[in-house]
Ligand binder design. Structure first.
Ligand code: XMP
Length: 512
């Protein structure tokens, strides 16, 4: 297996993902726990992630010495390269020549890392994101690639199997970067590619059993794929110790509650408590327009409901959630991690501190598409697994400004029409996520002979692989025209439709 030492990069999990794609098992550990983890797991190779710190500052994180003493192959990325340089006798300088975004490297020498991918004398685009840079190599290292601002864009000490790059091979913006990671894990570290999602399932089940013991677990279902997959996985691990709770917070889409209840009770025969909490949620959200306050209010109420349910089943020590990696990383620093808060996803950062239950989050390391593979592995119906993601806070975050029953009603109808048309056009599976948003803005229109003054509806549809980055979907105009006409004609309260053509970044997928 491969051990990934996390120095807090926003994209550490992408390294893990690339390793998993090679069919190789890996674990991510924060640098603070890396020494222990290394001794325990005895990895065949170690990858050092990027990170926001500067090795030039005192007390900045380091790779545990045992990693270098052990003789295993090491691959340092960005900050990982810098700690390697600093720890092995080289020098790193605070950057006067920061590079962010696209850069070009030139390959100077053959290197096992580049085998079959990059060739000597050629130039290749890579993605950089660094302020500091290595200025003097440790003994034994040679430079195998340079870029304009990073004289040591890639370096190697083949005799010790140490490799380090200043750019990020794990991101999609470094074309063929994944192949460098493949070369490291397969050829250099010598791992075989026999790990599968079936193996993940077994490991996850063992971990859940170990964490939970004989205690009861309550699992919140949101109607989305993630919580459903988490619930089925946990049920497989601990059976009757699990109770699923589906909270109808009044912020669900048309027909959603029925669908989830049917899937769990009929298809899986997993006991399910269906809590009707519409009044509670909508009452507390009345007048709330700040997005973070909405998310936090909803997170808090979910916990109140779960705690109340937990009492009725005689006390649950654990709360299970379908938190995915992008939720973790975009929510933030509650882990003590360095990434900034973009949004408090309700199943992570939005949870109140006083919560009495511990969390069980078996999907925390996975990306959406991986969860879908796991869902299929667990026998969830294809149509359910293929559903577009739906956020825990539901329609609340698709209703900028204050939330009212009328707006939600119009939003639900517009959203249903939009999705119906997308399905009819055969586009549902091509699109990662599509939904309507109802804006607090009202505009003037004319219908028949009368003046209207109603809300604007924005349509959103994006393509994405993992939700971390996204592009708007290029519908043809006739399609958009058809949807707009139907929404305006069929939905009371909406008299104008717009299409959102923002990518992520700089936008996010949801509007709040
Ligand atoms: P953003 O809007 O951050 O969304 O680009 C990325 C993906 O995450 C979903 N999302 C959430 N999922 N709880 C969830 O379970 C949340 O609080 C939440 N907020 C956003 C969003 O729908 C998209 O798929």
């Amino acid at each position: 297996k491969i051990l990934i030492v996390d120095f807090g990069s926003q994209v550490t999990q992408l390294i893990a993902r690339r390793v998993r794609e090679e069919g190789v098992y890996c674990e991510i550990v924060p640098f603070t726990k890396a020494a222990e983890a290394f001794s325990e797991t005895k990895p065949k190779g170690v990858i050092l992630s990027g990170g926001p710190e500067s090795v030039t500052t005192e007390a900045s994180p380091r790779t545990p010495q045992v990693v270098f003493d052990s003789g295993v192959p090491v691959f340092g990325i960005c900050y990982g390269q810098q700690t390697m340089a600093a720890q092995l006798g080289g020098e790193v300088e605070g950057g006067h020549h920061a590079e962010f975004g696209r850069a070009e490297i030139e390959i100077l020498a053959d290197c096992p890392l580049f085998k079959g991918v990059w060739h000597v004398g050629e130039h290749y685009p890579v993605w950089m994101s660094h302020g500091d840079r290595v200025t003097k190599l440790p003994d034994g290292f040679t430079t195998v690639a340079i870029s304009r601002n990073a004289p040591f864009a890639a370096v190697a000490d083949e005799s010790r199997s140490y490799y380090a790059v200043q750019f990020h091979p794990e991101v999609a913006h470094t074309p063929h970067g994944a192949l460098l990671i493949r070369n490291f894990v397969r050829d250099i570290a010598g791992c075989t590619g026999d790990w599968t999602m079936g193996a993940y399932r077994e490991e996850a089940i063992a971990k859940i059993r170990a964490q939970v013991g004989g205690e009861r677990v309550i699992c919140g279902l949101s109607g989305g794929v993630d919580s459903a997959v988490a619930a089925v996985l946990i049920h497989e691990a601990i059976g009757e110790q699990l109770t699923c709770v589906f909270v109808d917070h009044g912020l669900l889409r048309a027909g959603e509650a029925e669908e989830v209840v049917r899937l769990f009770r009929d298809h899986y025969n997993i006991p399910l408590v269906h809590v009707e909490a519409q009044d509670l949620f909508l009452g507390e959200l009345e007048g709330v327009s700040d997005p973070e306050q909405k998310r936090k209010t909803i997170g808090r109420l979910f916990i109140d409901v779960f705690e109340a349910e937990s009492k009725t089943i005689g006390g649950a020590a654990f709360l299970a959630q379908g938190t995915l990696y992008p939720d973790v990383i975009e929510s933030v620093s509650f882990t003590g991690g360095p990434s900034v808060t973009i949004k408090s996803h309700h199943n992570v950062g939005g949870l109140p501190e006083r919560m009495n239950m511990q969390l069980v989050e078996p999907l925390r390391e996975l990306f959406k598409d991986e969860v879908r593979v796991l869902g299929k592995e667990l026998g969830l119906p294809e149509a359910f697994v293929g559903r577009h993601p739906f956020p825990g806070p539901g329609l609340a975050i698709r209703c900028p400004g204050t939330i009212t029953a009328e707006k939600l009603d119009a939003l639900r109808k517009a959203d249903a029409i939009y999705l119906e048309e997308i399905r009819k056009a055969g586009l549902y599976d091509t699109i990662w996520q599509a939904f309507a948003v109802i804006l607090p803005v009202k505009t003037v229109g004319v219908m028949g002979d009368g003046r209207t003054y109603d809300h604007v509806c924005a349509l959103r549809a994006v393509t994405s692989v993992d939700g971390m980055t996204a592009d708007f979907y290029p519908f043809d105009m006739a399609f958009l025209g058809r949807v707009a006409t139907r929404i305006i004609n069929e939905v009371k309260g909406i008299n104008r439709v717009t299409y959102d053509i923002t990518s992520k970044p700089p936008g996010t997928i949801e509007w709040e």
